[in-house]
Ligand binder design. Structure first.
Ligand code: NAP
Length: 397
């Protein structure tokens, strides 16, 4: 834990009695002096054997009490919605404004979505948000570094800390870590290298943890199609890194949330396994951009930016980030780590476990998953026909 504290950049905290952190600890655990926090997830058969009540809808009881770290983000809203829809209680740790988890509250029955303010750098507050959970899901991640938080701390240090606390907890039946497709110690992107270190750290602590590695996610709040469309509306062209021939396998965000739920609901077969979650089709970056241009009904205009030039454009932010006494703008299209990641193809490997192994057929992107792009359409959203109207319903699973 000291190593984690060092990585998290704060002083090691004194071990604290759980009773002081959770005042109702005795009440919930019966025996006052029995320390339940000792085992790992070993021998657990997942949450498949939890007592369930009801028909499986949002007013049922699934028995799952999940703490979802990073629930306030893009994937978080779809995951919380799917958890709540089956009658799970979802504890939503949030930092900053009370508004950040507000949209999640309505997704479940009264009292089922519980926002809890926490500080990821305070071990006790992390313990408090995990105290009553039997499932922990870690979605915490960031595509860029800030003055306050490095990739190493967010992707590695925090994941390791959550796994250690979950292991000490003893009542956690499933730990699911969300990483990224392409995360590996040899990746050219520092962000992906730290994601890989996070996976390793989690598995070191909890070998039964499930790792999900989604490809770039597409959906209403995504950070690829929206950014491209926004850029095109402002500047009438799209910068294409390299020559746009890098292969990617974008995936619909709802499918990724469904994969997490499927893993949670199984009898423990997904425990200790790593899944690579890519969509049904492989696109080059250029082909994906064509799809975006087609949907927003703009004439496709590209400016090909060779990788060295793209990196040179993105570099000043990285160099100056910790040197200037004020925050720098969030990187948008020219994000050094994303550019580095785009220098190699990122597709699901042939031997990997995938959606198929979780019993899910991922959606094609053409159609509903990219329908949100019509809001960028010249002449208003109603202008012309959408892609989903143009393709046959049979091709949309
Ligand atoms: N989006 C993609 O295309 C994609 C693709 C592959 C993998 N992933 C991975 O999937 C996970 C979810 O992605 P997403 O798109 O939903 O991410 P997102 O929208 O950026 O949300 C990230 C979440 O992490 C939290 N977070 C970020 N930095 C934090 C910090 N320093 N301390 C505490 N919490 C912090 C954010 O909390 P705040 O709201 O408080 O900032 C937010 O809830 C991430 O791990 C990401 O790396 C994403």
């Amino acid at each position: 834990m000291q190593a984690v504290s060092r990585r998290l950049g704060h002083q090691s905290l004194k071990p604290t009695s759980l009773k002081s952190v959770f005042p109702l600890y005795d009440q919930y655990n019966g025996a006052a002096d029995q320390w339940r926090y000792a085992s790992t997830l070993t021998n657990s058969r997942g949450v498949g054997n939890l007592v369930r009540k009801g028909t499986g809808g949002r007013s049922s009881v699934s028995g799952i009490v999940a703490t979802v770290f990073g629930a306030t983000g893009f994937l978080g809203r779809y995951l919380v919605q799917q958890l709540a829809k089956m009658g799970s209680q979802v504890l939503v740790p949030f930092r900053g404004s009370e508004d950040s988890p507000r949209h999640l509250k309505l997704m479940g029955d009264l009292g089922q979505i519980v926002p809890m303010k926490y500080n990821p750098r305070d071990e006790n507050s992390v313990k408090a948000v995990m105290a009553k959970a039997n499932v922990v899901i870690n979605l915490i991640g960031r595509d860029y570094e800030t003055r306050n938080y490095s990739f190493e701390e967010v992707h590695h240090g925090m994941a390791e800390q959550l796994a250690m606390i979950a292991k000490e907890h003893g009542g956690i039946m499933r730990f699911i870590q969300i990483s990224c497709l392409g995360a590996s110690p040899s990746s050219s992107s520092r962000m992906l290298r730290t994601k890989s270190a996070g996976e390793e750290a989690v598995l070191r602590e909890i070998p039964e943890a499930t790792i999900m590695k989604p490809a770039v996610m597409i959906g209403t709040e995504d950070r690829i199609m929206n950014r491209w469309a926004h850029f095109v509306k402002n500047y009438s062209f799209l910068p294409l890194m390299g020559d746009g021939s890098t292969k990617i396998q974008p995936v619909y965000v709802v499918d990724v949330a469904a994969a997490i739920i499927a893993a949670l609901k199984d009898d423990g077969t997904s425990m200790g396994k790593t899944y690579e979650l890519g969509g049904p089709e492989i696109f080059t970056v250029h082909e994906l951009a064509e799809l975006m241009f087609d949907t927003i009904r703009e004439w496709p205009r590209y400016v090909k930016v060779p990788f060295p030039i793209a990196k040179a454009i993105a570099m000043p932010r990285e160099v100056l980030l910790k040197k200037v006494p004020f925050p720098l703008p969030t990187p948008n299209i020219f994000n050094l780590d994303e550019i580095n990641a785009l220098t190699t193809d990122t597709v699901v490997s042939e031997t990997a476990l995938t959606f198929h192994d979780l019993g899910i057929v991922p959606h094609k992107l053409q159609g509903y998953p990219i329908e949100f792009l019509v809001s960028y359409r010249k002449g208003g959203p109603q202008f012309g026909s959408t892609i989903s109207e143009k393709i046959s319903p049979d091709s949309f699973p």
